[in-house]
Design a protein. Sequence first.
Length: 535
Amino acid sequence: MTEPSYAHGTGTTALLGDTIGRNLDRAVQAYPDREALVDVPSGRRWTYAEFGAAVDELARALMASGVERGDRVGIWAVNCPEWVLVQYATARIGAVMVNINPAYRAHELEYVLKQAGISLLAASLAHRTSDYRALVDQVRANCPALRAVHYIGDRSWDELLTVSGSVTAEQLADREAGLSCDDPINIQYTSGTTGFPKGATLSHHNILNNGYFVGELVAYTEHDRVCVPVPFYHCFGMVMGNLGITSHGACIVIPAPAFEAAAVLAAVEQERCTSLYGVPTMFIAELNLPDFSSYDLSSLRTGIMAGSPCPVEVMKRVVAQMHMDEVSICYGMTETSPVSTQTRRDDDLERRTGTVGRVMPHIEVKVVDPATGATLERGMSGELCVRGYSVMLGYWEQPERTAEVIDAGRWMHTGDLAVMREDGYVQIVGRIKDVIIRGGENVYPREVEEFLYRHPKIADVQVVGVADERYGEEILACVIPSDADDPPSLEELRAFCAEQLAYYKVPRLLRIMETFPMTVSGKVRKVELRENYGR
């Protein structure tokens, strides 16, 4: 009899009942002299004792500035130590930290400031072409709740810290003692392709436990040093990264304010990192550096590749060429804090390259028929649903939008198409909205992309559907060539596919590109490819 596509993650380690602040205290007490945070660009370093003191200083400063429990504090900044301090300081005092995408422009910034009711904003001075001070000045009059802005690296940041002395350690301890691990502590805006983003609201319990169990499954200890080039504003950086690291007494290593492939590899070498994070495009960029072989990456043993589908061939190269024998693939979404499935250290190469792992401890997953909601048999494709401690509290002040994705049974409907194999491992085959319907045939872009990665002239590829009068949709392959001077032709591509893929899956259109349009978290904007590179 075929098993249903349902799995419950069991484990011998109990869920944590701590708040984030109390959990940090445990690490400070256990590992006071071990390094907690290293910022490679500035050379600044903190032991756990020093990091705990810096967090407390900022927490007292925020209290002195009038930040109450439940108030929203925005963080609009590139990766830097102050970002991490704001994360833990707001958790200490029960403020809700609101992550703001560093790429946002004035219109998007104004929306988030108003929708979340942010009262205090911590911001970088600039990022790429964005002058943050000018953008804040442009929208501030329309954001009545915003009463204070402090710029990192500016005199206003120093002024914020100077008021910390007006709040005592006892007052901070009293505030923290009144907090619950179920309190909302973080709002992360999901980047929708239509309409305004929604603010996924997460608790201490959501994100602390998720980070902790991700770290458990890659066997973190106080001896690990983790290079985190992914943005802190996203769950990958601040949950799987920061919280997964500090909950094990390990060290956070910041290689650069924003992703730079060479800076990442230099940081791994200099700091003797044991673990490296990244989305697939980051690993591809690192592997394709002309001087890749000159970096000493022998200290690496593990890492995490997540954020978007992980190409099999890229995963194999990471294992073989970057010494990451224990590298793990994680799958999840912001609304589930984020990780729901993860590969294990002892998984064979097939499971670690062909699946997104199996269900995490203390979480349930199932695959359902998107039309009826019925649980499917294993081996059948349907929508992946998740239930457990990791499911968000809801979208901030949007109960109707919350009800669209969390059903009466508290199952989070991910919108991802998945197959649960007989062994319980999960394969993501696409997004429900991304399925290409060509002449009545369903084509899953992920399948075609995985195949095209094998072509020797292809460094990276994205497959999308574009409008076609005859077939409804046609298949477009957007390709970054391995050698810009010798890109593959459409004829080569189609001949490569012809013997291995059904005729209706073979791309009919080809675009050669230097880069893909990306979100700041490293996801390819497929909607932009469809709109700009179709016919």
